[in-house]
Design a protein around this ligand. Structure first.
Ligand SMILES: *Cc1c(COP(=O)(O)O)cnc(C)c1O
Length: 462
């Protein structure tokens, strides 16, 4: 499989090259040159298989050529062995035809583990084969950093440095980043806010001496390998509810559009998905856009579902690429307009988007109310992100098509909001109950590019 850029000006790459590169040289995002299609019979045959086997069959057409079959099976096995649930992504029933897909049984209790754990193993195998090593630097407001640390800890081809804003992540999130003892893990508490961390990261990528010197690599949500890993659970959930013999719909709490875009690819691969519903909190650029108001930046307003507090949704570019008939020039033009505030979506592209996507927005009060009601009506304690999804999913549920809402984090990751809404304190799963006793290891560091680069240079393994 070859990979092409959404802006049409970058060279075609293999899967391995696209994964190690992340962002295309023309500023675009990589996509497969063709979307592989699975037949009705191939999808039917997935029913009842272990998650790892479904993962292999769904992802294989995307990676063949970069990995051997046995090698890729081993990578998948290692990626998901640390999950706390044998089903990996179990389904819970909320009411007669609304289901919750629990994606929070990985090591850091959020859905990002599905992609990060896989990408960690993929990087390790690819780099070993090349006799190479890289330095991964990430900036996080919480979930991505801990997921990256858990994925790369102990892997000898990689050093991982995570920048987080000192004093501005939750205690669970901080401890998940500071308690791993592996020598290749480096948690950096930056004196600044999340935007400062992101700006520092961007500056490092633009400092070519530094970038080449430490072999800087990124694993943020635009990396196609992350999108790929997320396609799998759309298949596992849909077949367990009767696909391909009947249709299902999905509602996805959305920030950067990575998770729901994986659902779009699943649909294009042949999975009978009726509707893909985007659920946003008060940071609603995607809901406004899908309602026909254009794609215009606003101010980010902090919410109780912080992993969805975004101004610009980076993976939406991939959906636009298909909505604009795979016209890279048109996408490049839109992204240019975005720099100065935003753009209107053409009528044809709006029609294409509406063929697959619906959307809804949920206020802070509605989020709290949904946590409370879900506990009362279905005996499930859910995190605020999942609650945003449940509210929108319920509003968009049709009588004859099961609705599957993605539960993106464990309630114990956001205990304050959950307790405020429900009166119940969500306990950590027993396998991490000692999180508060484990020793922390963290470097507090100034928000200064030179200081940060110097620290990283001095702490990477030889
Ligand atoms: C990252 C995240 C999201 C948003 O996912 P996107 O792929 O960015 O749309 C939603 N919920 C939680 C808990 C997350 O960590």
């Amino acid at each position: 499989m070859k990979y092409i850029s959404t802006r049409g000006q970058a060279p075609e790459l293999t899967f391995e090259e696209a994964m190690l590169t992340g962002l295309a040289r023309d500023g675009g995002l990589y996509l497969p040159a063709e979307i592989p299609v699975m037949s009705h019979d191939e999808i039917a045959a997935l029913a009842g298989l272990p998650y790892e086997e479904i993962a292999f069959r769904v992802m294989w057409p995307y990676v063949s050529g970069s990995f051997a079959e046995v090698e890729f099976k081993q990578i998948i096995a290692r990626a998901y062995e640390g999950f706390g649930h044998d089903a990996r992504a179990p389904l819970k029933q909320l009411n007669e035809n609304h289901f919750l897909l629990e994606l929070f049984h990985g090591p850091t209790l959020a859905f990002k583990d599905f992609a990060m754990q896989l990408i960690g193993q993929l990087f390790q195998v690819a780099l070993k084969r090349r006799g190479d090593r890289v330095t991964i630097v990430g900036a996080t407001s919480g979930d991505t950093g801990s997921a990256a640390i858990e994925a790369f800890r102990g892997l000898d081809a990689v050093d991982v440095f995570i920048l987080f804003p000192h004093g501005r992540v939750s205690e669970v999130q901080r401890r998940q980043m500071t308690t791993p003892a592996d020598s290749n893990v480096h948690a950096l508490a930056v004196d600044g806010d999340f935007d400062d961390c992101q700006a520092a990261l961007k500056d490092m990528f633009n400092d070519f001496d530094f970038r080449d010197g430490v072999k800087l690599a990124g694993v943020n949500s635009i990396n196609f390998a992350r999108v790929l890993a997320q396609i799998v659970y759309y298949f596992s959930a849909a077949v367990s509810l009767g696909a391909p013999h009947r249709k299902v719909s999905f509602t996805v709490p959305t920030g950067n559009f990575g998770d729901i875009f994986a659902g779009y690819l699943a649909k294009r691969m042949g999975l009978p998905i009726d509707r893909l519903v985007v659920a946003t909190n008060q940071n609603d650029i995607l809901h406004r856009c899908l309602s026909g108001e254009g794609y215009f930046k606003g101010d980010t307003i902090p919410s109780i579902s912080p992993s969805m507090d975004i101004q610009v949704s980076s993976n939406f570019e991939r959906a636009l690429y298909y909505a604009y008939g795979e016209d890279g020039g048109a996408v490049a033009q839109l992204m240019d307009e975005l720099k100065t505030g935003g753009f209107n979506v053409s009528q044809g592209a709006m029609e294409a988007l509406r063929e697959s996507f619906d959307s809804g927005r949920v206020s802070e009060d509605e989020t709290l109310e949904t946590i409370k009601e879900t506990l009362a009506n279905s005996a499930e304690l859910v995190c605020p992100h999942s609650a945003v999804g449940i509210k929108v999913g319920e509003d968009h549920r049709a009588a004859d098509v099961p609705m599957i809402t993605l539960a993106t984090a464990h309630p114990a990751k956001f205990p304050a909001a959950v307790e405020k809404a429900s009166g119940e304190h969500p306990p950590l799963p027993s396998r991490m109950a000692d999180l508060y006793e484990r020793p922390e290891r963290v470097t507090r560091i100034a928000n200064d590019l030179g200081t940060l680069e110097d620290h990283i240079r001095r702490h990477i393994a030889e």
